[in-house]
Ligand binder design. Structure first.
Ligand code: GBH
Length: 444
């Protein structure tokens, strides 16, 4: 691979970490095995609202093929792997005593990673809430912070000897705004929406305290999906809608977590849920800011919807990925600078990637130049931000494997590795070879 095809990484710090990311429900499968409890996504998959009626029952069968998948990571040469633990696999009812068979799966995975010299980055919550807790009100119940703390106590005790990197939540703003589906908004009232935001923030703070108290040398953050919210027209109404969404999408979680205050425009709506001392419970010292970034989002006004917004048309001049997401590396660079200015923490980019529906050609190879171009442009943009003083310390591609893409089922593919869902065979795409070449080239 000629080096001209590689991005500029000259401004990245020594010790910069290259990695890949996945999440439990999207890859594991084995949803009915070894005593795993149901999650809200198992239930949602029965609703008929997932594309092609796909479910997570088999997914990539990572539960049985994790050794092969760690082997793929070794070939890539990544230094780190971000995954999530399925709460209902280790605590089938969300609370109570551990399911040893579930704990033992993560033990084996972590051991395999450590033996391969790959640092495990454990995300505590990537959307698969135990259904038993949903039936007690889920994140709308203020007790959820205590449930989460119990679960995190188990994680710290069982894995804290080998895992030091912990993320409390993946994209709290996304699962709060879209709840389970990522396809439609389900909150029946703005009051419930604000209650959920506050409870998730309380759970975050409680988890940080548990990890600090129980894991020696823990390095902790929360992962935020930050996308600039842009009006889809110059009308005042669209501008106001974009500004309103920006507060919820980009500030409702990191502001209280990292600055100890809610954005001013949210305070009145949070007030009914606030108890004395809550902001101190939420704002615990963090080691880094986890950033997921894909694109800016275009917003228009819609009076009859929660928060008065909807997704608007993207300007015709903006290039799009095959799944219609804007390609805008400048916006990535701006986002990194905005995070640095507002929160001042070291940043790890824990997701960035390109979705398509690419299939093998006649020779069986999966050739994906669009993904390579995308990653190259975004890594260049990150390098640019670093050149302007942004303290960015790592970059993780979403994703190691094609996987269950939530409401889109298996129709959308984000992997560096193609998964044939009939045979479960893995085929590294050309972007896989490219990323491996980049890591080899920049590694001393
Ligand atoms: C992440 O969320 C998730 O953490 C991960 O599980 C998921 O598989 C991955 O992204 C890929 O989807 O339609 O152009 O306005 C991403 C959250 C929110 C990012 C919506 C893209 C819309 C782009 N996404 N956003 S656009």
């Amino acid at each position: 691979m000629p080096t001209t095809q590689l991005p500029n990484t000259a401004s990245l710090r020594p010790g910069f970490i290259w990695g890949v990311s996945t999440s439990s429900f999207q890859i594991e499968g084995a949803t009915k095995e070894d005593g795993r409890g149901l999650s809200i996504w198992d239930i949602y998959c029965r609703s008929g609202e997932i594309k092609n009626h796909d479910t997570g029952d088999v997914a990539c069968d990572h539960y049985h093929r994790y050794r092969e998948d760690v082997g793929l990571m070794k070939t890539l040469g990544v230094q780190a792997y971000r995954f999530s633990v399925a709460w209902p696999r280790v605590l089938p009812l969300g609370l109570g005593s551990a399911n040893e068979a579930g704990v033992s799966f993560y033990d084996r995975l972590i051991d395999e990673l450590v033996a391969a010299g790959i640092e495990p980055w454990l995300c505590l919550y990537h959307w698969d809430l135990p259904q038993a807790l949903e039936e007690r009100g889920g994140w709308l119940n203020r007790e959820s912070a205590a449930w989460f703390a119990d679960y995190v106590t188990l994680i710290a005790a069982r894995f804290g000897d080998r895992v030091k990197r912990f993320a409390t939540f993946n994209e709290p703003s996304i699962f709060s705004l879209f709840s389970r589906s990522l396809g439609k908004r389900e909150h029946s009232s703005e009051d419930k929406f604000h209650r959920m935001i506050h409870n998730v923030n309380l759970a975050h703070g409680a988890a940080v305290d548990v990890l600090r108290a129980n894991v020696i040398g823990a390095s902790i953050g929360c992962i935020h999906n930050r996308q600039p919210c842009r009006p889809s027209s110059a009308s005042e109404a669209d501008e106001a809608a974009a500004a309103r969404l920006d507060v919820y999408w980009n500030a409702a979680f990191p502001d209280p977590q990292c600055r100890g205050e809610y954005p001013p425009s949210m305070r009145a709506a949070i007030e009914p849920h606030m108890q004395p001392g809550d902001l101190t419970r939420i704002c615990r010292p963090l080691d880094w800011f986890g950033l997921n970034h894909y694109s800016p989002v275009y917003v228009k006004a819609r009076a009859d919807s929660m928060l008065g917004y909807d997704f608007g048309d993207k300007p015709a001049s903006v290039p799009l990925t095959p799944i219609g997401w804007p390609i805008d590396p400048e916006a990535f660079s701006e986002t990194l600078q905005a995070v640095r200015t507002r929160y001042g923490l070291p940043i790890y980019v824990l997701e960035n990637g390109y979705g398509d529906s690419g299939q093998p050609d006649q020779t069986g190879a999966v050739i994906d130049p669009g993904r390579i171009e995308f990653l190259k442009a975004y890594i260049n943009a990150m390098n640019n931000a670093a050149a302007h003083g942004v303290d960015v310390r790592g970059y993780f591609v979403w994703s190691l494997l094609d996987n269950f893409e939530w409401a889109s089922g298996y129709s959308i593919r984000f992997g560096l590795t193609y998964v044939d869902y009939a045979s479960l065979r893995r085929i590294p795409k050309s972007s896989f070879g490219w990323y491996a070449g980049l890591i080899r080239a920049v590694q001393p």
